[in-house]
Write a protein that binds this ligand. Sequence first.
Ligand code: NAD
Length: 495
Amino acid sequence: MRTIQHWIAGHLTTGGSGRTAPVWNPATGEQQAEVLLAESADVDTAVKAAAQAFESWRDSSLSKRTAVLFAFRQRVFEYADELAATISDEHGKVIADARGEVQRGLEVIEFACGIPQLLKGEYSDQVSSGVDSYSFRQPLGVVAGITPFNFPVMVPMWMHPIAIACGNTFVLKPSERDPSASLYVAELWQQAGLPDGVFNVVNGDKVAVDAVLDSPDVAAVSFVGSTPVARYIHERANANGKRVQALGGAKNHAVVLPDADLDFAADHLTAAAFGSTGQRCMAISAAVAVGAAGDPLVDRLRAQAARVRVGPGRDESSEMGPLVTAEARDRVVGFIDSAERQGATLVADGRNINIDKGFFVGPTVLDHVTANMDAYRNEVFGPVLTVSRADTVDDAIAFVNANPYGNGTAIFTSSGEAARRFQREVTVGMIGINVPIPVPMAYHSFGGWKDSLFGESHMHGPEGVRFYTRAKVVTARWPHVQHGVAASYHFPTAT
Ligand code: NAD
């Protein structure tokens, strides 16, 4: 059995822990490896290595950092297929989807390659006689990332390329369900010339997470995962005086108006609901059909769901793979069972899938789903699309806004007026207009509202740079002190 280790100070290490967790092959249902689960002493070792590396990395020139980032970008680009295969083998997603994830990670690295431009400060000449003032930003120190299973390459890349470009050093605690990709990325950083200790990976569970949250030497924590854990991370990191951004779960609605192109809407909704087997924080899991859009939309969704090709992620012909674990599969099946009991109409039933091994559930469409049903109230995180009905656009907006999550949402319409009203009134962070999965490009920032994000900053883009740096403002008088300017005990004002 292969043992997946930690990566600390530039090499693989077993650390001191004897605890392990199984890593499954979701397509076969068999265990393929075990991953070490760090004790807090292992986290301390990684944080110490990062703290030591910070002493010189913080002083590395912008040119040197940019050169490493460009080399890292090139390495990730060259090994994208290998990374995608590693993702697919442990997560289960289909290869093309895994390749797309690597591509979105690459875009963050490319954004971070522009760090000299991003870190330019501001300068005000002659704010007072002979006095100039300028501001610039400096790194925080050791920063940590705690990440979910569903994007084992992309989500950590929302964090570490920017944090490292800003001059920080990084400790990553990836998901214990698909940990191998992070170790691959660590090697690519090393090959790109990143000094040892600047990027570290500690595998583990809550024990490792708590050690990160309690470490006095970790200055900031970026988290992405489910809402209960995000809330916990935010509270504990805050209580320990750390800067923290904690992105949580989601329930992403797509409002479909009768004036929309319903073929287009059904096609895109199907891909957005069942891509990655619904295990995306930006998956559309709840359609809201307005007025006359309802029945024709559901007819089209039924036909589309039946056409999705389900199979192992490594099979090039598969469009949708398995769920990540047996527990995830059983949980999804439980929500379909409960929706049926609670009165939803089963339009497509993924429980009937005819694959005898692995953690598969087929595309499922549930109609006439109301806000009190369990399959609507919870984030299912599987291939289940609920359809709810609304009489008007305003009713649909009220329905979306009543949901505690606020990550992404979309509207399908040919009315600019309705789209504009929607974008202004929904209490959601990322909005698509005839775009079902509106994941912002790396040079904008990614983040939701309400229970989908705890903290003030969104991830990557300009907000990522601000999160990983803090400002200094200098007020300077040169070349020598002006005689005749008397010191004053009142608050400094311009002269
Ligand atoms: P998760 O919350 O179970 O785990 C995320 C991380 O937290 C993992 O590294 C895990 O080891 C750790 N963790 C789990 N339980 C913990 C606990 N009790 N205490 C401390 N740490 C703990 O999430 P997941 O199942 O890996 O990922 C799926 C979730 O992530 C979904 O809810 C999805 O919506 C969310 N997600 C959100 C975004 C976003 O941008 N908002 C992006 C991707 C995923």
